[in-house]
Design a protein around this ligand. Structure first.
Ligand SMILES: Nc1ncnc2c1ncn2[C@@H]1O[C@H](COP(=O)(O)OP(=O)(O)OP(=O)(O)O)[C@@H](O)[C@H]1O
Ligand SMILES: [Mg+2]
Length: 506
């Protein structure tokens, strides 16, 4: 098993088919992995439990005795961090879904493509190493941050927090500007929470989401019969919010007629219901927000200048996330810990590489986009940490394209012969019958049967048999040895020079 001195990764292959164990071990050993084998789920589990745990497990789905899915569950409950790749000849949706549901790292189809198996092992072992690297992860937030619900240690955010503190003692109108998703509503709530109004309501109204003909009724209420559909008296948000704070979001989208009425609330502290004549006094603090350029709108006369000055007494400008990279680790931690507290996830860490990718990203959707990415990645992550591979492809895209591609030709070792060869022994038919093609692909072949089938196929072709066979075997030997010509030649019983010559002539 893994030897801390040499650091040779140990891979456990669990399969009841000796030929599969043999050929998979050959492929994996070609890359300096220490391979151990177990002929059943039970024996595999015992090896994992006994420890030291292997770095990776290849586990067959369909075995006599305990099934691979069952073994996967036992292995993962004994060691939740154990990475397991399931192997199957039957590519059904059900098995693939089950495999991932029970925490498999990946899923591979038989017959194997050695290059793919090696690339997969490499990815899995990289994930394993990444997981180990995050074991001493220290979250950057503390209990106060949870109470506040808003984090950020960048200088610009510290300034925002100071202004919030300055405006909480008075009823001054605050205008919050900034791109979508930068935290405008969060700041509005924070102002209200710290003010003397916190025992009374905070009501957010999205002015862009309510049609012009309904917004006045929404804000100021209406009397019975004041318009078609007004079947009874209704209180508006201002009345409901009495004593509290109203958050007028997207105020740049408010119709001019409504703007006039908002001005009246600000100047006189009173409203009139739609269709009513009574003047009603309200005590409401207004906090407004927009991502539009109100100065430009004032110039274009689409926003009232007097209202603009009334609203804009204190301005809080929310900086876009790309201008405060320092805050990203904290926001990431905050999102993760919140998910953990809500029992939506058990992922509480991020690998240094994944964090670097997150910090580097441009975040056009700001904190909302980052929150969304963290949620998606936490759902996908297998251990207790988000790794680069768990990030959505649009976020890690640039990183992936620079990763080295596995440098192996695609070829199949002889024991895992071509899919069209029928198996000589009856394949046990599961309760959900897989398609005929999948049954035919089952690699339950003896060498003699594989040679018979290969001979029959080659004999039917126009090309002479031996040169073709030689070409195929040289390719397979090279693949099995990870492209190492010396080792491939030795395995074929040739000198390296002879192998090179034959490969060239083929
Ligand atoms: N500094 C922060 N710390 C923690 N969470 C934040 C922070 N800023 C924003 N968020 C979170 O990001 C999300 C978006 O924030 P919010 O709704 O306040 O943005 P907004 O500026 O009002 O966006 P929009 O213009 O799209 O309405 C929310 O879930 C909020 O909790
Ligand atoms: Mg908002």
């Amino acid at each position: 098993m893994s030897d801390p001195n040499t650091k040779t990764p140990t891979i456990l292959v669990i399969d009841d088919d000796a030929e599969i164990r043999y050929s998979l071990s050959r492929v994996l050993s070609s890359r300096q992995y220490a391979v151990i084998e177990a002929p059943s789920g039970e024996q595999g589990i015992a090896l994992v439990k006994k420890g030291p745990a292997p770095d990776l497990v290849f586990l067959d789905v369909r075995m006599g005795g305990m099934s691979g899915i069952e073994a996967l569950q036992h292995i993962r409950s004994a060691n939740p961090k154990q990475l397991v790749v399931l192997m199957t000849a039957f590519g059904t949706a059900q098995t693939a879904i089950e495999a991932m549901k029970y925490g498999a790292f990946d899923y591979v189809m038989k017959p194997f493509d050695p290059a793919k198996v090696l690339a997969l092992a490499e990815n899995a072992l990289k994930a394993h190493a990444d997981m180990r690297a995050v074991s001493d992860y220290k979250p950057t937030i503390n209990a106060d941050d949870y109470r506040e619900g808003i984090v950020g240690s960048s200088a610009v955010m510290q300034d925002v927090f100071k202004v919030i503190g300055q405006v909480t003692a008075s009823d001054v109108t605050v205008m919050i500007t900034g791109e979508s998703g930068t935290g405008k509503e969060l700041v509005a709530r924070s102002i209200w929470k710290h003010s003397h109004r916190s025992a009374k309501p905070f009501i957010a109204v999205n002015c862009a989401a309510i049609p012009d003909n309904l917004i006045e009724s929404e804000l100021f209420g209406h009397e019975k019969g004041s318009f078609t559909g007004a079947t009874g008296q209704r209180l508006g948000k201002f009345e409901l919010c009495d004593g509290g704070s109203i958050f007028l979001d997207e105020i740049g989208d408010m119709a001019l007629a409504t703007q006039t009425k908002i001005l009246r609330v600000l100047q006189q502290g009173e409203i009139q219901r739609v269709g009513g004549t009574d003047t009603i006094r309200v005590d409401v603090r207004i906090i407004a927000a927009t991502n539009k350029d109100l100065e430009q709108m004032v110039k274009a006369k689409t926003f009232r200048e007097d209202l603009y000055y009334r609203l804009n007494v204190v301005r809080i400008k929310m900086p876009p996330l790309r201008e405060r990279d320092d805050d990203i680790p904290q926001i990431v931690d905050f999102c993760l810990q919140t998910l953990v507290k809500q029992k939506k996830s058990r992922v509480s860490k991020v690998s240094p590489e994944a964090m670097a990718v997150l910090v580097r990203h441009n975040w056009p959707g700001n904190v909302r986009e980052l929150e969304n990415v963290i949620y998606r990645s936490a759902v996908i992550a297998q251990g207790d940490a988000i790794l680069v591979k768990d990030l959505p492809v649009e976020i890690r895209g640039a990183v992936e394209s620079s990763a080295p591609a596995p440098a192996l030709p695609a070829a199949v070792p002889v024991a895992e012969a071509a899919p069209e060869i029928p198996p000589p022994v009856a394949v046990p038919v599961p309760p959900t019958v897989p398609p005929a093609a999948a049954v035919a692909a089952a690699p339950a072949l003896t060498l003699a049967a594989a040679l018979d089938a290969a001979f029959a196929e080659l004999a039917a072709a126009d090309e002479p048999i031996l040169p073709r066979l030689e070409r195929e075997f040289i390719a397979r030997a090279l693949a099995a040895e990870g492209g190492d010509e010396t080792k491939a030649a030795k395995r074929l019983g040739l000198t390296k020079a002879a192998l090179q010559k034959r490969a060239k002539d083929a």
